[in-house]
Every structure is written in structure tokens, then in C-alpha cells.
Write a new protein. Sequence first.
Length: 78
Amino acid sequence: MQEIELPLRGEHIPLDALLKATGLAPSGGTAKQLITAGEVQVDGQVELRKTCKIRAGQRVTLGNQAVRVVADGEAGEG
């Protein structure tokens, strides 16, 4: 599984924005469709809320790709 590390600026990022920012979805509309279809998992559980607040320490999975969210300044430490 390919894992991307995303440094978080601020306290959280909405799930749909995370998918777009990491390139897992080419647009916000596609991100929302993927979430609604149940294709996205947060910490191993299917997440259907498009604007679910993703915080540092959480892991988002779509297919064979994963995003590990880290606090800004912690990138590369884990």
C-alpha cells in the first residue's frame, strides 16, 4: 500500500479537501462522490461524512493508497 504523509496546518482538514489536496481525487466533486459511495476509510472505518474533520494522527485510506495526517512540523518523523 502506498502511503502519503500530509502535514496538517491548523487543527483539522475536511475529508473531501484532504482527498483533493493529496491528489487522491482530481476535484472536490469527485472526492464527495468517492466518500458517498463508501470508498473512503478513516482509521479503518468507512466514513460517509464529506466534511468529516480529519486531525493529526488519523489515517485515511482510498483503494491501495493511504494518507497519514501529521501535525505541521512532524513530517518525516514517523
